[in-house]
Write a protein that binds this ligand. Structure first.
Ligand code: NI
Length: 185
């Protein structure tokens, strides 16, 4: 188990849709351990495999003293309720912006041993699960911001000391066909 370097905004791996996990083997469990250790060392609420440069559909979470992971997640939204509050990302360090998310989510997937698992999340846990699943689709929370907030966020990123102007990042629209936030995107 090792703490690994986290890929920062502008790294193409963060914009690459991740592949489904096929082999539930020791290597996968090492990945989950690395994600867990790195997330905890950074006091993060969640971490997705692409953030460690591994393009697989795996994320870990540590929310309200519940520590876990989910493989090949599929999200379902039991209702239309929304939340709006500050969100950040370990790949966009030090910056937080109000982001609209669904308030309730049911995430179905698998454990690292291939057993079916389900997370029923509300509030912060629901926000975390949506944020991390987005990472697996190459989507960042910036893409979910209202246009005004996104403009503000991009300005803050360009001024951040970690920002690499040689590897300019991109903001893209969500690949999801549905429009769960009613933003017309
Ligand atoms: Ni993130």
């Amino acid at each position: 188990m090792t703490v690994q370097p986290i890929r920062l905004f502008g790294d193409p791996v963060l914009r690459t849709p991740a592949d489904p996990v096929v082999d539930f083997d020791a290597e996968l469990r090492r990945l989950v351990a690395d994600l867990t250790d790195t997330m905890r060392e950074q006091n993060g609420a969640g971490l997705a495999a692409p953030q460690l440069g591994v393009s697989l559909r795996v994320f870990t979470f540590d929310v309200d003293d519940v520590l876990g992971h989910l493989i090949n997640p599929v999200l379902e939204f039991p209702d239309e309720e929304e939340q709006d509050g500050p969100e950040g990302c370990l790949s966009i360090p030090g910056l937080y912006f109000d982001t609209k998310r669904r308030q309730n989510v049911v995430a179905k997937g698998f454990s690292s041993f291939g057993d079916p698992m389900q997370i029923v999340g509300t509030g912060l846990m629901a926000r975390c699960v949506q944020h991390e699943t987005d990472h697996l689709d190459g989507v960042l929370f910036l893409d979910r911001l209202d246009p005004e907030r996104r403009k503000e966020a991009m300005k803050a990123i360009r001024q951040a000391e970690w920002y690499d102007a040689a590897a300019p990042p991109t903001v893209k629209l969500s690949p999801h066909l549905s429009d769960p936030f009613g933003l017309g995107r």
